[in-house]
Design a protein around this ligand. Sequence first.
Ligand code: AHR
Length: 660
Amino acid sequence: MKSFARIKTLAIIVFYFFCLVQFSTEAQTITVTANKPVTDVKPTMWGVFFEDINFAADGGLYTELIKNRSFEFTISTMGWKTVKQDGEGRFYTTFYSPANPNNPHFLEVVVDAPTGSFGILNEGFRGMGIKADESYNFSVSAKASANSSLKIKLELISSTGTVIGSADVTGLTQNWKKLTASFRATQTDAKAQFRIMFSGKGTIDMDMISLLPMTTWKNRPGGLRSDLVQLIADLKPGFIRFPGGCIVEGRDLLNRYQWKTTIGPVEERRVIMNRWNLEIQARPAPDYFQSFGLGFFEYFQLAEDIGAEPLPVLNCGMSCQFNSGEVVPMTDLNQYIQDALDLIEFANGGISTQWGKLRSSLGHPQPFKLTYIAIGNEQWDLQYFERYKEFEKAIKTKYPKIKIISGAGPSSSGTMFDLAWKELKKLSPDLIDEHYYMPPEWFLKNAARYDNYDRNSIKVFAGEYAAHWQESADPSSRNTWYSAIAEAAFMTGLERNADIVQMASYAPLLAHVDAWQWRPDLIWFDNLTSFGSPNYYVQKLFSIYKGTQIIPATIGIKPVTGQDSLYVSATIDKNASKVYIKMVNVAGKQKYVNINVDGLNLNPDGVMVTLKSKSLSDYNTISEPQRIFPSGRQIALTGKKLSHPLDPYSLNIAVLSYKK
Ligand code: AHR
C-alpha cells in the first residue's frame, strides 16, 4: 500500500513536471526593456564583403562580355576559336610591338578569304548574357598589314546558332587604332557567343577586343551589372570590404592584389591569374583571370553609390599561407607600406596631392571619405604581427584618424587565434577581423560568443562568416535554410554585443551558377538573372531593421541565446521611433511568445516580418528564386503586450512603433 502511494506521488510529480516543461516550451515570456538602451548600433554594423571569387568580377559584376580580351591568359588564345565560312586563315598570339606594354600579348589573324569569310569566335564567360533590344558597344585596338583588303563584320550568335545582332567595322589602318561599332540585339539569350568575321586577304593584329552592354549601373560606360549592384544596394550595407580575401594575398607575392595596377585606362590594367583559378581542386577554373575592369576606383565609386563605407584590404607583405606562404623581408616592406599610404591619399587627398590629383583626373575630384583600412587578410603567426606593427606605425603617424583593421587568422579559435589576440593587444588596431566558416551547429552554440569578451579591449570585425552544412566544394553544400537560420540565431548574438562587434559581413558575396568555386554564397546569378539566397534575406532583414541602440531582451534576467530553441535580440530606432525585436525559432515546432515591451508608449499596431521554410534543406534557385522570401503581416498589441506564435524554423522581426 505504501509503495502504491509512493508510485502515485511520483506519478503526480512527473505529471506536474511534464506540464511545467510543456508549458515552458509552449509559451515563453520575453521582456524587452525599451527605455534602457545598452549600447549604440554603429551604422557600419551590417556590411558586405566583395571578393573576386566565383566569377564575381569578370563574368559577374563587371559587364565585359569578352573573355580574355587582351590575350594575357596563360593559354593566350583561351576562350577564342576560329570560324570558317568558305574562307581560310589562322591565328596566333604574339607580343612584338604591342599596343600596350602592360598587357603585351595580342592576336594576329592571317586571313585568306577572297570569297566567303574567316573569323574568330569568343565564348564569353560560360556564354554571354544578351538582352533583346539592348545596345552593345564593340571596340578593338587593331592594325592591318600593308597589303590588306580586309573587311570586318561583327555577329552575335544565339545558343541555337542564329545571328541576333551584327555590325560592320570600318577604319582599319596600318597603325594601332581603336575601332568601334554599336548594334542592337534582336533576341534574349543567356548563352550567346560573339564572332568577328573577315573577308578579303591580309593580316590583322587585334588587342583589347571588348563588347559591353550600353545599359549598366548608372549607365557608366564599361560599368557594372545593374541587377547585381541593386541586390547589394538593397542590403543597405554599412560598409563594403574589398577586394578580398585570399586574392589580396595572392598565391605568391608577384600575384598579390596591387591596387595601383587596377586604376586608369582599362587596357593598361595588368591582367593576372585569379588566385581561385587553381585553388579548389574539385572546381578547377583554368579560365579565371583578373582583368581589373572592376578596379579600386570602381570599388570606391560603388561604395559611394550604395552609401557604404569603403573598406579596402591590403597585402601586408605576405602571400597566402595556405599556398606559397611567401613573405617579404622586413627590409623591403616599405613599398607595401607606401602602397597603403598612397591609397589613403588616393581616396582622401586634395587634388593638389599626387594621388588625389590622379583620383580627380579619373573623374572624382571630391574625396572618397575613406575611414577604414585593413592590413592583411587571413595571416597568422609572428611574421604577421611584426609586419602589421610597421604598417600601423606609419599609418597612425601620417593619418591618425584612419581606423586600422588587423586580422586574427582563418580560425575562430585555437593556438594561432589566441596568439593573434595576445600579440595584437600589444598594438593598437581599432578592430580585429575574425573569420568563421563553420557548421550550422557551431553558429547555434556560439550565439553567446561575445557575451564574455572584454568590453574594454579591441573591437571585433566579424569580416567573413557563413554556416557550411558541408565542405564548400561538396556538391551538397548549399545555401540551405538550415545554414541561414543558424546564421540568424548567431547574428542575434552579434547584435546583442554591438558594443564589441561593430562590423560584420557574410562571405562570399557573389557566385555564378555555372562557374563557382566556393559555396555557400550570398547572391547567385547566371548571365542574365540573379537572386538572393535565404542567407541574403537574413542579412537584409538584420540590416534593414538595424536600429540605433541595443535594448535588453530577456527571458527572466537572461539574454535569449538558445533557451527552448529561441534566440532573441532587440533594438530601438530613435530616428524612426521604432522597436525591432528579432526572434529566431530553430525548433521544428511552433512556439508561442508573450512579449512585454517596457518603458515606451507603444502604438497598438505593428508588423511581424517572417522568413521561414518548412524544411531545413530548402534553398532558392534561378527557377525558384523566392522559395524562401520574407513576408509581413499586421499584428496588434494589447497595451505593452504582444502574444504571437513563432512558426517552426523561422526568423521573426516584430516591428513596433512608439509615440515620442
Ligand atoms: O571567402 C572565401 C575565402 O575564405 C576568402 O578569400 C578567405 O579570406 C577565406 O579563407
